[in-house]
Design a binder for this molecule. Structure first.
Ligand code: PLP
Length: 396
């Protein structure tokens, strides 16, 4: 018999699984080209050629026992040094290899941080809408999720409400910028305001409130929009980065944490994070991928390809009468549903072979998320379906 605690996780993940199965069934029934699957955040742009070249070079030139062996739980020193220097060049920071911990993607990194920081009942604040897996990651370590309500129409965090949600039990705050699911980039003004509130509350309660910056979409920003680097605004910041989207390597499970010297209780945090990486069973991040990404630090995914998809969908959906939040980053479009119940709207969309995710999955009913990291030809084919879906509400 499975653990009681697992039952709710299994129930929770059945929605995603059902959607995935439904997509496969629909493709078999209607033909794959007539089903428009916008449900997954799986990059459609291929990894840069430099990734394959780096992997081949490493396999040809390095000793197999080095390439495939264990190393320090934090990762190869050379890789961590290279990442620290690259960040310093980009953001004017002063990290060294001791500040970098290689992780099994952003998901692995978040679990390492939360295991490092949380005692049972410690509170973690997130701003709705947010990536639903945070609920599971926090529950993994018996923490308590505290939600700041959505703030339409711009979906910048509501700073005034945030302040009221901080208590002496608040251990961490998660910020995901650019944001999944809204595509919004939190502005420098917002970040400064959030940081000021956290500084004030740390002093008031005499506690350490860690800011966790979840940044898998950092490189995906459009129209020249700047994504603030959070360690510069708030000392007690830990950054979680991932190459899943920036180099299109989600299946390879590679990312890193930045734990700056300024973080509260730095020596213990870094040491505990190292141990957490090991005892969560990751042991270390995938070795070949660590070496490969270190050779690709100046590489970029084809942001322009996502930008074209963004523009095509945004223009078309706006023309059909949908209320859409203009995304400045990531590869998601956040759209108000044409009826109150987002699950009913998603079910109606399915009648037009459109697969999208209800906002309730991100703690924000009344919206849907459209992942536009897809073949642009599929977007073109799907537009009449979006138009018919909108029309179907016109006489109601
Ligand atoms: N955080 C957010 C906001 C995400 O959207 C995702 C994946 O989609 C992750 C974390 C996990 O990413 P990774 O593949 O790096 O574990």
């Amino acid at each position: 018999m499975i653990a009681q605690k697992m039952i709710k996780y299994v129930e929770g993940s059945s929605v995603t699984r059902a959607m995935f199965e439904e997509g496969k069934k629909m493709a078999a029934q209607y033909g794959a080209e007539n089903v428009y699957d916008f449900s997954l955040g799986n990059p459609s742009v291929e990894p840069p050629a430099a990734v394959k070249n780096a992997i081949c070079e490493i396999l040809e030139q390095e000793s197999p026992c080095y390439v495939h062996g264990y190393m320090n739980n934090s990762g190869y020193e050379t890789v961590r040094e290279a990442i620290a220097s690259s960040l310093n060049k980009r953001f004017g920071t002063s990290f060294g290899e001791k500040n970098i911990l290689m992780t099994v993607g952003a998901a692995g990194g978040l679990n390492v941080v939360l295991k490092t920081l949380l005692d049972p009942e410690d509170e973690v604040i997130a701003f709705a809408p947010y990536f639903g897996e945070y609920n599971n990651y926090v529950a993994n370590f018996d923490g308590k999720m505290v939600v700041v309500a959505p703030n339409p129409p711009e979906f910048q965090p509501n700073v005034a409400e945030f302040e009221t949600k901080i208590t002496p039990k608040t251990k961490a705050v998660i910020i995901n910028n650019p944001n999944n699911p809204t595509g919004v980039v939190y502005s420098e003004e917002t970040i400064r305001a959030l940081a000021a509130v956290m500084e004030k509350k740390q002093k008031e309660y005499g506690t350490a409130i860690y800011l966790i910056a979840d940044e898998p979409y950092r490189e995906l920003a459009y129209d020249g929009v700047e994504v603030p680097y959070l360690t510069k605004y708030y000392d007690n910041t830990i950054v979680g980065y991932s190459y899943s989207k920036s180099l299109s390597l989600p299946g390879e499970r590679i990312g890193y944490l930045v734990i700056p010297d300024e973080v509260d209780d730095f020596e213990n945090v870094i040491c505990a994070a190292n141990v957490a990486n090991r005892i969560l069973g990751f042991v270390n991040a995938p070795s070949l991928m660590q070496l490969a990404v270190a050779k690709c630090l100046d590489e970029q995914t084809d942001v322009a390809a996502y930008d074209r998809n963004r523009t095509m969908l945004l223009n078309a959906l706006t023309q059909y009468g949908y209320e859409v939040v203009k995304p400045e980053g990531a590869f998601y479009l956040w759209v108000k549903t044409l009826e109150e119940d987002d699950s009913a709207f998603v079910a109606r969309a399915k009648e037009y072979n459109l697969l999208v995710v209800p906002g309730s999955s991100f703690m924000c009913p009344g919206y849907i998320r459209i992942a536009y990291c897809v073949d642009p030809e599929m977007i073109k084919r799907s537009l009449p379906a979006f138009e018919k879906l909108a029309k179907s509400y016109e006489n109601e």
